[in-house]
Design a protein around this ligand. Structure first.
Ligand code: KIV
Ligand code: ZN
Length: 499
């Protein structure tokens, strides 16, 4: 039997504090709706006293969501608590999240206070909040650097005052997993009345340990975890929802039930990323562009034989269609064949070897090959047996230079070359080809297209020439657009009855 682990999402509060990530009320409502669909238990919707915008957003979110608890943050200050209660008045399930610093830094350097006074202020805040809303969560700010004995005293006092959820934030992201886990264990074992409350983890990622620390807290007794989508948050961010949830879903030795609709994770991640203008790093666990992409030949071959050779999470579980076998110069024949099959082609034996050779030449020039590139490679096969082939091309062009081209062709097995000028590089190439192919032809149509995006992309050229009283069509593709043009003309010319 799994224990319920409550998911407390603070994307709209701690996540939204990130410079440049501010949302308007409509956008916050959209995120809140997505979080409800995702299945979080609590949405921390904002810090109502901080601005009229935050107040309005919390109020509107309360009217929008149904069963999910809506929470408002406050300091241990009466005004904050009263304003938060007002902002939460339309919530079906409302929670105030109040608290105060408990580390020596916060007590002395930030609050200019002492340990006893901090406990008094904490208790007073919790009692006031408890009179205004049905549920109160208390945070001991900078608990990560607080003395455990003192922390236990604070926690005991606020539980007695009516708090039922106790947040133990590692505000500065300073703790190591063992240390944070031991802190939670210490509180579980030394606080009177702990059975009337649940402990919550709230970890920051300054040392890259937010997820590890949260899991250590959960394993040692915490039953709520505070997270954000994509790990957004102050400085290096907060614990990311997707990492904790998928660690729990993937590791059967973590017997917890999060209630998260995992197949909605990617969609939610993309929504938050685009609304907050905060791109997700490509190698981010679970939601990064490369999280399910395999590029080396050995890995691709292994994944094709059995996904579980290199994947611990089925991509569909987090809403990703399928693992991407990215085609690069390091990809093997198995991955190429897989993609060609997907595109409706089934080359085998020699044909596959030839396509793979052409694939490697192109992959050396481009970082990653797209479906269009593959279709172009297959199309290029048709020109492999043409009677005229381009062997070498050298072009001089630019401002204040007379465009000049030297073209070497293989014409039915004989090497021929010519040099010519033109009014531009392509015209010079055409003139050189015409010098080699003694029969005359006229370039009738010329169409250049970039296949996808980027300056390293493949250009496609379609031409129509008029020769021997009939139209002849040619196609060429290359990362160099002038080479693609000459290839296209040579393709058309090879259809002439050349002697
Ligand atoms: O990191 C932190 O301590 C916080 C509290 C305000 C909960 O975000
Ligand atoms: Zn925080």
């Amino acid at each position: 039997m799994s224990d319920k682990l409550y998911i407390f999402d603070t994307t709209l509060r701690d996540g939204e504090q990130v410079p440049g990530c501010q949302l308007n009320t409509i956008e916050k409502i959209e995120v809140a709706k997505a979080l409800e669909v995702l299945g979080v238990d609590v949405i921390e919707a904002g810090f109502p006293v901080s601005s009229p915008g935050d107040f309005e957003a919390v109020q509107e979110i309360c009217k929008t969501v149904s069963d999910t608890t809506v929470c408002g943050l406050t300091r241990a200050v009466a005004k904050d608590i009263e304003v938060a209660a007002d902002a939460l008045k339309f919530a079906r399930n409302a929670r105030i999240h109040t608290g105060i610093g408990t580390s020596p830094y916060h007590i002395k350097l930030k609050l200019n206070s002492n340990e006893d006074e901090i406990i008094e202020r904490a208790v007073k805040a919790v009692k006031l909040a408890r009179n205004l809303v049905p549920e109160v969560e208390f945070y001991a700010e900078d608990a990560g650097r607080s003395d455990n004995e003192y922390l236990a005293k604070v926690v005991e006092a606020v539980i007695a005052a009516g708090a039922t959820i106790i947040n133990i934030p590692d505000t500065t992201g300073y703790c190591l997993p063992d240390e944070y886990g031991a802190k939670i264990r210490f509180l579980m074992e030394n606080v009177r009345g702990i059975d009337r409350a649940i402990l919550s983890t709230h970890c920051h990622n300054d040392l890259g340990m937010a997820t590890a620390n949260s899991l250590a807290g959960i394993v040692n007794g915490a039953r709520q975890v505070e997270v954000t989508i994509n790990g957004l948050g102050e400085r290096a961010g907060n614990t990311s929802l997707e990492e904790v949830v998928m660690a729990i879903h993937t590791r059967k030795d973590l017997p917890f039930d999060t209630g998260i609709q995992t197949q909605k994770i990617m969609e939610t991640s993309r929504l938050v990323s685009s609304l907050m203008n905060m791109p997700v790093q490509a190698n981010k666990a679970i939601v990064g562009r490369n999280a399910f992409a395999h590029s080396s030949g050995i890995h691709q071959d292994g994944v094709l034989k059995n996904r579980e050779n290199y994947e611990i999470i089925e991509p569909a579980m987090v809403g990703v269609d399928e693992s991407a076998l990215v085609l690069t110069a390091r990809s093997g024949r198995a991955a190429l064949k897989h993609h060609l099959n997907r595109l409706g082609h089934d080359p085998n034996g020699d044909e596959l070897v030839k396509i793979y050779d052409r694939f490697l030449i192109l992959a050396d020039k481009k970082k990653q090959l797209s479906d269009e590139d593959l279709l172009m490679l297959i199309g290029n096969g048709a020109t492999a047996d043409q009677s005229v082939k381009l062997k070498l091309l050298q072009v001089v062009a630019g401002k204040s230079t007379i465009p000049m081209a030297t073209v070497h062709l293989d014409v039915m097995g004989a090497a021929r070359m010519a040099t010519a000028e033109g009014n531009g590089p392509i015209d010079a190439c055409m003139n050189a080809v015409k010098k080699i192919i003694t029969s005359d032809f006229v370039l009738d149509e010329f169409l250049i297209q970039a296949i996808t995006r980027g300056s390293d992309d493949v250009g496609k050229v379609h031409v129509k020439i008029f020769a021997e009283n009939r139209p002849l069509y040619g196609f060429g593709a290359d990362v160099d657009i002038i080479t693609a043009s000459v290839k296209a003309v040579v393709d058309a010319v090879s259809k002439m009855s050349i002697k």
